[in-house]
Design a binder for this molecule. Structure first.
Ligand code: PLP
Length: 379
Protein backbone atom coordinates (compact mmCIF):
# COMPACT_ATOMS: atom_id res chain seq x y z
CA UNK A 1 0.00 0.00 0.00
CA UNK A 2 2.85 2.35 0.87
CA UNK A 3 4.51 1.60 -2.48
CA UNK A 4 1.31 2.26 -4.42
CA UNK A 5 0.80 5.45 -2.40
CA UNK A 6 4.28 6.59 -3.42
CA UNK A 7 3.49 5.82 -7.08
CA UNK A 8 0.36 7.96 -6.91
CA UNK A 9 2.33 10.75 -5.21
CA UNK A 10 4.93 10.55 -7.99
CA UNK A 11 2.09 11.24 -10.46
CA UNK A 12 1.36 14.45 -8.58
CA UNK A 13 -1.63 13.14 -6.61
CA UNK A 14 -1.82 14.28 -2.98
CA UNK A 15 -2.04 11.05 -0.99
CA UNK A 16 -2.87 11.31 2.71
CA UNK A 17 -0.92 8.58 4.42
CA UNK A 18 -2.83 7.05 7.33
CA UNK A 19 -1.02 3.73 7.11
CA UNK A 20 1.93 4.78 9.26
CA UNK A 21 2.73 3.10 12.57
CA UNK A 22 4.79 5.94 13.96
CA UNK A 23 4.18 9.28 15.67
CA UNK A 24 4.42 12.29 13.34
CA UNK A 25 6.05 14.34 16.15
CA UNK A 26 9.74 15.13 16.47
CA UNK A 27 11.91 13.52 19.13
CA UNK A 28 11.93 15.80 22.25
CA UNK A 29 14.73 18.40 22.26
CA UNK A 30 16.38 17.27 25.51
CA UNK A 31 16.76 13.78 24.00
CA UNK A 32 18.29 15.15 20.80
CA UNK A 33 20.72 17.29 22.81
CA UNK A 34 21.81 14.26 24.85
CA UNK A 35 22.60 12.42 21.61
CA UNK A 36 24.69 15.32 20.30
CA UNK A 37 26.57 15.44 23.58
CA UNK A 38 27.18 11.68 23.45
CA UNK A 39 28.89 12.12 20.08
CA UNK A 40 31.09 14.91 21.44
CA UNK A 41 31.85 12.86 24.54
CA UNK A 42 33.07 10.03 22.30
CA UNK A 43 30.47 7.41 23.08
CA UNK A 44 31.72 5.60 20.01
CA UNK A 45 32.78 2.16 21.22
CA UNK A 46 30.97 -1.17 21.29
CA UNK A 47 28.42 -1.23 24.11
CA UNK A 48 27.70 -4.09 26.54
CA UNK A 49 25.33 -6.58 24.87
CA UNK A 50 22.48 -5.87 27.30
CA UNK A 51 23.09 -2.10 27.29
CA UNK A 52 24.98 0.42 29.42
CA UNK A 53 24.48 -0.37 33.14
CA UNK A 54 23.38 3.25 33.81
CA UNK A 55 20.61 2.92 31.22
CA UNK A 56 19.50 -0.47 32.56
CA UNK A 57 19.38 1.05 36.04
CA UNK A 58 17.32 4.00 34.76
CA UNK A 59 14.92 1.52 33.12
CA UNK A 60 14.60 -0.48 36.35
CA UNK A 61 13.88 2.79 38.21
CA UNK A 62 11.29 3.77 35.61
CA UNK A 63 9.55 0.40 35.91
CA UNK A 64 9.33 0.88 39.67
CA UNK A 65 8.38 4.57 39.57
CA UNK A 66 5.79 4.43 36.79
CA UNK A 67 4.59 0.83 36.89
CA UNK A 68 5.22 -0.34 40.44
CA UNK A 69 7.30 -3.23 39.04
CA UNK A 70 10.45 -4.24 40.84
CA UNK A 71 13.38 -5.43 38.69
CA UNK A 72 17.10 -5.53 39.23
CA UNK A 73 19.11 -3.86 36.49
CA UNK A 74 20.51 -7.27 35.47
CA UNK A 75 17.00 -8.37 34.55
CA UNK A 76 16.82 -5.73 31.83
CA UNK A 77 18.13 -6.34 28.30
CA UNK A 78 18.28 -3.26 26.08
CA UNK A 79 17.94 -4.03 22.36
CA UNK A 80 17.72 -2.54 18.89
CA UNK A 81 13.98 -1.89 19.27
CA UNK A 82 11.05 -3.59 20.97
CA UNK A 83 10.75 -5.67 17.83
CA UNK A 84 14.14 -7.23 18.43
CA UNK A 85 13.27 -7.93 22.07
CA UNK A 86 10.04 -9.65 21.04
CA UNK A 87 11.86 -11.78 18.46
CA UNK A 88 14.64 -12.68 20.89
CA UNK A 89 12.19 -13.82 23.56
CA UNK A 90 10.24 -15.91 21.04
CA UNK A 91 13.47 -17.50 19.80
CA UNK A 92 14.58 -18.25 23.37
CA UNK A 93 11.28 -19.66 24.63
CA UNK A 94 9.55 -21.32 21.69
CA UNK A 95 10.68 -24.74 20.48
CA UNK A 96 9.39 -26.40 17.30
CA UNK A 97 5.79 -27.54 17.83
CA UNK A 98 5.15 -25.36 20.88
CA UNK A 99 1.86 -23.49 20.79
CA UNK A 100 1.74 -19.74 21.21
CA UNK A 101 -1.61 -18.11 21.93
CA UNK A 102 -2.15 -14.76 20.23
CA UNK A 103 -5.37 -12.73 20.47
CA UNK A 104 -6.47 -11.33 17.10
CA UNK A 105 -6.18 -8.66 15.84
CA UNK A 106 -2.47 -8.74 16.60
CA UNK A 107 0.61 -6.83 15.51
CA UNK A 108 1.74 -8.27 12.15
CA UNK A 109 5.15 -9.50 13.23
CA UNK A 110 3.96 -11.74 16.09
CA UNK A 111 2.81 -14.61 13.88
CA UNK A 112 5.88 -14.32 11.66
CA UNK A 113 8.24 -14.48 14.65
CA UNK A 114 6.44 -17.60 15.89
CA UNK A 115 6.76 -19.14 12.42
CA UNK A 116 10.51 -18.44 12.40
CA UNK A 117 10.81 -20.28 15.73
CA UNK A 118 8.75 -23.14 14.19
CA UNK A 119 6.02 -22.71 16.78
CA UNK A 120 2.29 -23.04 16.11
CA UNK A 121 0.17 -19.92 16.54
CA UNK A 122 -3.21 -20.44 18.19
CA UNK A 123 -5.42 -17.43 17.53
CA UNK A 124 -8.22 -16.22 19.79
CA UNK A 125 -10.65 -13.96 17.96
CA UNK A 126 -11.60 -10.70 19.60
CA UNK A 127 -14.32 -8.65 17.91
CA UNK A 128 -15.32 -5.01 17.71
CA UNK A 129 -18.37 -5.79 19.91
CA UNK A 130 -16.00 -6.70 22.78
CA UNK A 131 -13.71 -3.72 22.06
CA UNK A 132 -11.29 -6.24 20.55
CA UNK A 133 -10.41 -7.76 23.90
CA UNK A 134 -10.48 -11.46 24.77
CA UNK A 135 -12.08 -12.91 27.89
CA UNK A 136 -10.64 -15.27 30.50
CA UNK A 137 -13.04 -17.96 29.23
CA UNK A 138 -11.67 -17.68 25.69
CA UNK A 139 -8.13 -17.89 27.02
CA UNK A 140 -8.88 -20.96 29.13
CA UNK A 141 -10.38 -22.74 26.11
CA UNK A 142 -7.34 -22.06 23.92
CA UNK A 143 -4.83 -23.57 26.38
CA UNK A 144 -3.53 -27.08 25.66
CA UNK A 145 -0.66 -29.12 27.14
CA UNK A 146 1.47 -27.74 24.27
CA UNK A 147 0.91 -24.07 25.14
CA UNK A 148 4.24 -22.41 25.84
CA UNK A 149 3.57 -18.71 25.48
CA UNK A 150 0.84 -16.06 25.39
CA UNK A 151 1.71 -12.94 23.41
CA UNK A 152 -0.25 -9.68 23.30
CA UNK A 153 -0.04 -5.90 23.26
CA UNK A 154 -1.90 -3.43 25.47
CA UNK A 155 -2.48 -0.71 24.33
CA UNK A 156 -2.90 -2.73 21.16
CA UNK A 157 -1.70 -2.21 17.65
CA UNK A 158 -3.89 -2.34 15.50
CA UNK A 159 -7.03 -1.79 17.61
CA UNK A 160 -6.01 0.75 20.25
CA UNK A 161 -7.66 -1.46 22.90
CA UNK A 162 -6.37 -1.21 26.44
CA UNK A 163 -6.84 -3.97 29.01
CA UNK A 164 -7.86 -2.63 32.43
CA UNK A 165 -6.34 -3.86 35.68
CA UNK A 166 -9.44 -6.00 36.33
CA UNK A 167 -9.40 -7.52 32.85
CA UNK A 168 -5.74 -8.42 33.27
CA UNK A 169 -6.48 -9.86 36.72
CA UNK A 170 -8.99 -12.24 35.09
CA UNK A 171 -6.36 -13.38 32.57
CA UNK A 172 -3.72 -13.67 35.30
CA UNK A 173 -6.07 -15.94 37.30
CA UNK A 174 -6.13 -18.32 34.30
CA UNK A 175 -2.32 -18.29 34.03
CA UNK A 176 -2.05 -19.06 37.75
CA UNK A 177 -3.62 -22.43 37.00
CA UNK A 178 -1.11 -23.14 34.22
CA UNK A 179 2.39 -22.70 35.66
CA UNK A 180 4.21 -23.74 32.47
CA UNK A 181 2.97 -20.87 30.33
CA UNK A 182 5.02 -17.69 29.81
CA UNK A 183 3.43 -14.34 29.04
CA UNK A 184 4.97 -11.86 26.62
CA UNK A 185 3.47 -8.46 27.38
CA UNK A 186 4.16 -5.82 24.72
CA UNK A 187 3.67 -2.44 26.40
CA UNK A 188 5.30 -0.23 23.76
CA UNK A 189 2.21 2.07 23.59
CA UNK A 190 2.05 2.40 27.38
CA UNK A 191 2.09 6.20 27.42
CA UNK A 192 -0.43 6.61 24.62
CA UNK A 193 -3.38 5.63 26.76
CA UNK A 194 -6.43 7.81 27.41
CA UNK A 195 -7.85 5.89 30.35
CA UNK A 196 -5.44 6.75 33.11
CA UNK A 197 -2.66 4.74 34.62
CA UNK A 198 -1.24 1.94 32.51
CA UNK A 199 -1.88 -1.58 33.83
CA UNK A 200 0.73 -4.30 33.32
CA UNK A 201 0.07 -8.02 33.64
CA UNK A 202 3.47 -8.23 35.35
CA UNK A 203 1.90 -6.49 38.37
CA UNK A 204 0.34 -9.78 39.51
CA UNK A 205 2.92 -11.31 41.83
CA UNK A 206 1.65 -14.86 41.38
CA UNK A 207 2.71 -14.87 37.71
CA UNK A 208 5.29 -12.04 37.49
CA UNK A 209 8.23 -14.43 37.24
CA UNK A 210 6.76 -15.83 33.99
CA UNK A 211 5.95 -12.47 32.43
CA UNK A 212 8.38 -10.77 30.05
CA UNK A 213 7.63 -7.06 29.73
CA UNK A 214 8.55 -5.42 26.43
CA UNK A 215 8.80 -1.67 26.13
CA UNK A 216 10.78 0.98 24.28
CA UNK A 217 11.10 4.56 23.18
CA UNK A 218 9.74 4.47 19.61
CA UNK A 219 6.15 5.44 20.32
CA UNK A 220 6.23 7.30 23.66
CA UNK A 221 9.24 9.48 22.76
CA UNK A 222 8.76 9.59 18.97
CA UNK A 223 12.06 7.75 18.46
CA UNK A 224 11.17 5.11 15.85
CA UNK A 225 14.31 5.62 13.78
CA UNK A 226 16.69 5.59 16.75
CA UNK A 227 16.11 1.85 17.25
CA UNK A 228 16.02 1.11 20.94
CA UNK A 229 13.77 -1.02 23.11
CA UNK A 230 14.13 -3.41 26.01
CA UNK A 231 12.78 -6.39 27.88
CA UNK A 232 12.42 -7.04 31.60
CA UNK A 233 12.26 -10.66 32.68
CA UNK A 234 13.39 -13.19 35.24
CA UNK A 235 17.18 -13.59 35.38
CA UNK A 236 17.23 -16.86 33.45
CA UNK A 237 15.30 -15.45 30.49
CA UNK A 238 17.26 -12.19 30.58
CA UNK A 239 20.53 -14.16 30.46
CA UNK A 240 19.31 -16.30 27.57
CA UNK A 241 18.24 -13.19 25.63
CA UNK A 242 21.61 -11.56 26.31
CA UNK A 243 23.34 -14.64 24.84
CA UNK A 244 21.09 -14.71 21.80
CA UNK A 245 21.45 -10.97 21.15
CA UNK A 246 25.21 -11.20 21.62
CA UNK A 247 25.46 -13.47 18.60
CA UNK A 248 23.13 -11.46 16.40
CA UNK A 249 23.37 -7.69 16.86
CA UNK A 250 25.48 -7.06 20.00
CA UNK A 251 24.56 -4.03 22.11
CA UNK A 252 22.54 -1.32 20.40
CA UNK A 253 23.86 2.07 19.30
CA UNK A 254 25.87 3.96 21.94
CA UNK A 255 24.48 7.39 20.98
CA UNK A 256 20.89 6.13 21.08
CA UNK A 257 21.43 4.62 24.52
CA UNK A 258 22.67 7.93 25.90
CA UNK A 259 19.65 9.66 24.36
CA UNK A 260 17.31 7.06 25.87
CA UNK A 261 18.86 7.64 29.29
CA UNK A 262 17.95 11.32 29.02
CA UNK A 263 14.43 10.37 27.89
CA UNK A 264 13.87 8.45 31.13
CA UNK A 265 15.64 10.94 33.37
CA UNK A 266 14.20 14.07 31.75
CA UNK A 267 10.56 13.81 32.86
CA UNK A 268 7.33 13.07 31.05
CA UNK A 269 6.27 16.53 29.90
CA UNK A 270 6.78 16.00 26.17
CA UNK A 271 5.31 12.50 26.39
CA UNK A 272 2.14 13.89 27.96
CA UNK A 273 1.93 16.69 25.37
CA UNK A 274 2.00 14.13 22.58
CA UNK A 275 -0.61 12.04 24.37
CA UNK A 276 -2.97 15.02 24.68
CA UNK A 277 -2.56 15.77 20.99
CA UNK A 278 -3.30 12.13 20.11
CA UNK A 279 -6.40 12.22 22.32
CA UNK A 280 -7.75 15.31 20.52
CA UNK A 281 -7.21 13.59 17.18
CA UNK A 282 -8.77 10.39 18.42
CA UNK A 283 -11.92 12.27 19.44
CA UNK A 284 -12.02 14.12 16.13
CA UNK A 285 -11.59 11.03 13.96
CA UNK A 286 -14.07 9.06 16.06
CA UNK A 287 -16.80 11.65 15.52
CA UNK A 288 -16.07 11.78 11.78
CA UNK A 289 -15.95 7.98 11.36
CA UNK A 290 -19.27 7.62 13.17
CA UNK A 291 -20.86 9.83 10.52
CA UNK A 292 -19.94 7.39 7.74
CA UNK A 293 -22.78 4.95 7.05
CA UNK A 294 -21.67 1.30 7.01
CA UNK A 295 -18.53 1.83 9.08
CA UNK A 296 -18.70 0.00 12.43
CA UNK A 297 -16.22 1.63 14.76
CA UNK A 298 -15.47 1.45 18.50
CA UNK A 299 -13.76 4.10 20.60
CA UNK A 300 -10.15 2.98 21.14
CA UNK A 301 -8.63 3.75 24.53
CA UNK A 302 -5.03 4.07 23.40
CA UNK A 303 -2.29 3.88 20.73
CA UNK A 304 -3.07 5.93 17.59
CA UNK A 305 -5.20 3.65 15.47
CA UNK A 306 -8.82 2.96 14.59
CA UNK A 307 -9.74 -0.51 13.41
CA UNK A 308 -13.22 -0.10 11.91
CA UNK A 309 -15.21 -3.05 10.62
CA UNK A 310 -16.03 -2.44 6.96
CA UNK A 311 -17.65 -5.72 5.90
CA UNK A 312 -20.94 -3.98 5.01
CA UNK A 313 -19.18 -2.75 1.85
CA UNK A 314 -18.17 -6.22 0.67
CA UNK A 315 -20.08 -7.19 -2.49
CA UNK A 316 -20.76 -3.55 -3.40
CA UNK A 317 -19.50 -2.06 -6.67
CA UNK A 318 -18.77 1.12 -8.55
CA UNK A 319 -17.95 1.45 -12.26
CA UNK A 320 -17.78 -2.34 -12.63
CA UNK A 321 -15.29 -2.70 -9.77
CA UNK A 322 -16.50 -4.90 -6.90
CA UNK A 323 -15.19 -4.73 -3.35
CA UNK A 324 -14.77 -8.32 -2.17
CA UNK A 325 -12.71 -7.88 0.97
CA UNK A 326 -10.82 -5.43 3.19
CA UNK A 327 -7.83 -5.43 0.87
CA UNK A 328 -10.03 -4.39 -2.07
CA UNK A 329 -11.54 -1.67 0.09
CA UNK A 330 -8.17 -0.40 1.23
CA UNK A 331 -7.01 -0.27 -2.42
CA UNK A 332 -10.22 1.46 -3.45
CA UNK A 333 -9.72 4.10 -0.74
CA UNK A 334 -6.20 4.67 -1.96
CA UNK A 335 -7.21 5.10 -5.60
CA UNK A 336 -10.53 6.88 -5.09
CA UNK A 337 -10.13 8.80 -1.80
CA UNK A 338 -6.34 9.13 -2.03
CA UNK A 339 -6.01 7.95 1.55
CA UNK A 340 -3.77 5.05 2.40
CA UNK A 341 -4.84 2.64 5.13
CA UNK A 342 -3.86 -0.95 5.95
CA UNK A 343 -6.04 -3.99 5.34
CA UNK A 344 -7.07 -5.86 8.49
CA UNK A 345 -5.90 -9.16 6.98
CA UNK A 346 -2.36 -8.12 7.90
CA UNK A 347 -3.45 -8.16 11.55
CA UNK A 348 -5.51 -11.35 11.43
CA UNK A 349 -8.95 -9.80 10.86
CA UNK A 350 -10.29 -9.72 7.33
CA UNK A 351 -13.36 -7.57 8.05
CA UNK A 352 -11.52 -4.43 9.15
CA UNK A 353 -9.02 -1.82 8.01
CA UNK A 354 -6.50 0.06 10.15
CA UNK A 355 -6.52 3.83 10.11
CA UNK A 356 -3.66 5.61 11.85
CA UNK A 357 -4.30 9.10 13.21
CA UNK A 358 -0.63 10.00 13.53
CA UNK A 359 -1.23 12.95 11.20
CA UNK A 360 -2.13 16.63 11.54
CA UNK A 361 -5.79 17.54 12.23
CA UNK A 362 -6.43 19.26 8.90
CA UNK A 363 -5.16 16.17 7.06
CA UNK A 364 -7.31 13.91 9.19
CA UNK A 365 -10.44 16.00 8.48
CA UNK A 366 -9.77 15.98 4.76
CA UNK A 367 -9.02 12.24 4.76
CA UNK A 368 -12.27 11.41 6.56
CA UNK A 369 -14.26 13.55 4.11
CA UNK A 370 -12.62 11.87 1.13
CA UNK A 371 -13.20 8.41 2.62
CA UNK A 372 -16.86 9.25 3.28
CA UNK A 373 -17.39 10.50 -0.29
CA UNK A 374 -15.66 7.47 -1.82
CA UNK A 375 -17.66 4.98 0.25
CA UNK A 376 -20.91 6.74 -0.65
CA UNK A 377 -20.27 5.87 -4.31
CA UNK A 378 -20.38 2.12 -3.58
CA UNK A 379 -23.76 0.50 -4.23
N1 PLP B 1 5.16 -3.72 19.22
C1 PLP B 1 4.11 -3.14 18.63
C2 PLP B 1 2.74 -3.51 19.06
C3 PLP B 1 4.32 -2.20 17.60
O1 PLP B 1 3.27 -1.62 17.01
C4 PLP B 1 5.62 -1.90 17.19
C5 PLP B 1 5.89 -0.95 16.08
O2 PLP B 1 5.05 -0.65 15.26
C6 PLP B 1 6.69 -2.52 17.86
C7 PLP B 1 6.42 -3.43 18.85
C8 PLP B 1 8.12 -2.26 17.46
O3 PLP B 1 8.67 -1.20 18.17
P1 PLP B 1 10.20 -0.78 17.97
O4 PLP B 1 10.20 0.40 17.05
O5 PLP B 1 10.68 -0.41 19.35
O6 PLP B 1 10.92 -1.95 17.42
Amino acid sequence: MAKMGRELSAKGIDVINLSFGEPDFFTPNNVKEAAKKAIDDNYSYYTPVSGYPELRKAIAEKLLRENGLSYNFDQIVVSTGAKQSLATVVMCLVDPGDEVIVPTPYWVSYSEMIKLAEGETVFIDATVENNFKITAEQLEKAITPKTKLFMFSSPCNPTGSVYSHDELAALAAVFEKHPNIYILSDEIYEHISFVGKHASIASFDSIKDRVVVINGFSKSYAMTGWRIGYLAANKEIANACDKMQGQITSGTCSITQRAALEAYEGGLESVHQMREEFKKRRDLVYSLLQEIPGVNVNLPDGAFYFFPEVKSFFGKSVDGQTINNAEDLSLYLLNEAHVSTVTGEAFGNENCIRISYAAAEDKLKLAMKQIKDALAKLA
